[in-house]
Design a protein. Structure first.
Length: 298
């Protein structure tokens, strides 16, 4: 659910997915997703009020409600404990390591998108932070002008012109769409770090630790933001759907991702002197030509 605001996607299913792939049982599923994505590009249906194609909204809302219960009773309390237990420097270091481990996937997707400059930037970051940043715990690359830029196969499909397809809410993983779901499956299967770890006797343990740390760290970053969205939203589901769509569009366009939540409780004040000054500057002909409002008799 909270991938709307977070720069990570849970990878807890990576190990199992990779093993199934090697037994060629994942291929029909992936082919079915790709076929559905192709068909959805040709389908026409009513969009939601915010313009997002959500044909199975009742089902999505049920999954969303389930995810929200899990978040409120498990993930959010764990994230608060994580934030209170570990100092910010440690949390940032763990997040840096997890981002560094995604570098091969990012580089591969940059190449597939034809963005060789971005691929070079990601490669420099990976080498610099791995060798000079304690295995990625520190981020000297950013300090030297090589900023992090996240990429995934969902973005690659978008660059190739593939439509996003219907909006989906995935159990535990949260907001997505058909294109990004296909991208998530492909990234999970093709992740070199995951493949390397999966071939070791501790593959499952590392995969769980990796996904768990990412989920806790990411959730801890947005505790207040999520609470504010819940309090200020008339429709929490629709708000996160819209935020997810905006974030993905920004990532695809290589824009700066930021989630700004409007302050609905802010006081609105007017400066009477400024208003009078603005009115005095109006063209008199405009004021004379304005028709007075008719009096409505009771």
């Amino acid at each position: 659910m909270l991938s709307t605001l977070l720069p990570f996607r849970s990878r807890a299913t990576h190990t199992a997915a990779h093993r199934v792939y090697h037994h060629q049982a994942k291929s029909p599923v992936l082919l079915a997703l790709l076929a559905g994505l192709t068909l959805s590009a040709c389908a026409t249906a009513q969009n939601s009020p915010d313009g997002i194609y959500d044909p199975i909204e009742p089902v999505n809302r049920q999954i969303f409600a389930f995810n929200d219960v899990i978040d409120e009773n498990a993930l959010e309390p764990a994230a608060e404990l994580y934030r209170d237990t570990f100092p910010e420097a440690i949390r940032n270091g763990i997040a840096n390591v997890l981002r560094n481990l995604r570098s091969p996937i990012i580089i591969g997707n940059q190449v597939l998108q034809g963005d060789l400059e971005g691929a070079g930037n990601a490669l420099v970051r990976f080498v610099t932070n791995t060798l000079g940043g304690l295995g990625g715990f520190l981020d000297p690359a950013s300090e030297n002008g090589f900023e992090f830029e996240d990429e995934d196969f969902g973005q690659t499909l978008a660059v190739w012109g593939v439509g996003e397809g219907p909006y989906l809410v995935l159990p535990l993983l949260g907001p997505s769409n058909l294109r990004d779901t296909v991208g998530f499956v492909v990234d999970s299967i093709a992740d070199p770090v995951g493949i390397l770890v999966d071939n070791q006797s501790v593959g499952a343990e590392v995969a769980i630790s990796r996904s768990g740390s990412g989920a806790l760290g990411g959730r801890a970053e947005v505790i207040e933001a999520v609470d504010e969205i819940k309090e200020s939203s008339i429709d929490y589901y629709a708000s996160l759907r819209n935020l997810y769509n905006q974030r993905r569009q920004s990532l695809i366009a290589d824009g700066v991702v930021s989630v700004e939540i409007p302050d609905f409780n802010a006081d609105i004040s007017f400066n009477e002197e400024e208003i009078e000054e603005d009115v005095s500057e109006l063209n008199p002909s405009i004021l004379l030509s304005a028709r007075p409002a008719e009096r409505v008799e009771d």
